[in-house]
Ligand binder design. Structure first.
Ligand code: GDP
Ligand code: MG
Length: 162
């Protein structure tokens, strides 16, 4: 069986866009409205001759529970089934309470985590990405899921974690 990478993070940080970048196809649903991704969709991915499965997450019932709790629950399930986790943060916004809630889940799970500082579309945003060292999850990997900037280095880090 190929290793499983779960992509987690709060809504709108660009998880589905990054999944499409990783798999090289536009299959994950990207939406400006948070919460459009259905629960845990799996895709085949390949990098440097290695194969793995990418699991996109998102989607929740906003009426059922608080947002942070819903994201936390999603992350919990995804992390349980994964060999490694790609935690996506929007570097242009920085760390929010919902991000912190995900971090607590990741710490407890003890699985390898690769931190993606997304929406670093150009050099100017690199500084904001560096601020994500404060999450205590190691090196933030600056990436632009939309433009592809930094995605090769990110995937190298993913393969090391899997
Ligand atoms: P998800 O909810 O985490 O799956 O986020 P989506 O992938 O659906 O993206 C949410 C919004 O962020 C969409 O409007 C994307 O086009 C935008 N987005 C995603 N990645 C990037 C990026 O690298 N740079 C910029 N500027 N926008 C991005
Ligand atoms: Mg999504």
């Amino acid at each position: 069986p190929v290793p499983v990478l779960a992509v987690v993070g709060r809504p709108n940080v660009g998880k589905s866009t990054l999944v499409n970048r990783i798999i090289g196809r536009r299959e994950a649903v990207v939406e400006d409205i948070p919460g459009v991704t259905r629960d845990r969709i799996s895709y085949d991915a390949h990098w440097n001759g290695k194969s793995f499965t990418v699991v996109d997450t998102g989607g929740w019932d906003p009426d059922a529970r608080g947002l942070a709790e819903a994201i936390r629950a999603q992350a919990e399930i995804a992390v349980t089934l994964a060999d490694a986790v790609l935690f996506v943060v929007d570097a242009t916004i920085g760390i929010t309470d919902a991000d912190e809630a995900v971090v607590r889940v990741l710490r407890r799970a003890g699985k390898p985590v690769v931190l993606a500082a997304n929406k670093v579309d150009d050099q100017r945003q690199e500084m904001e990405a560096a601020g994500l060292w404060n999450l205590g999850l190691g090196e933030p990997h600056p990436v632009s899921a939309v433009h592809g900037r930094g995605s090769g280095d990110l995937l190298d880090a993913v393969l090391e974690a899997l």
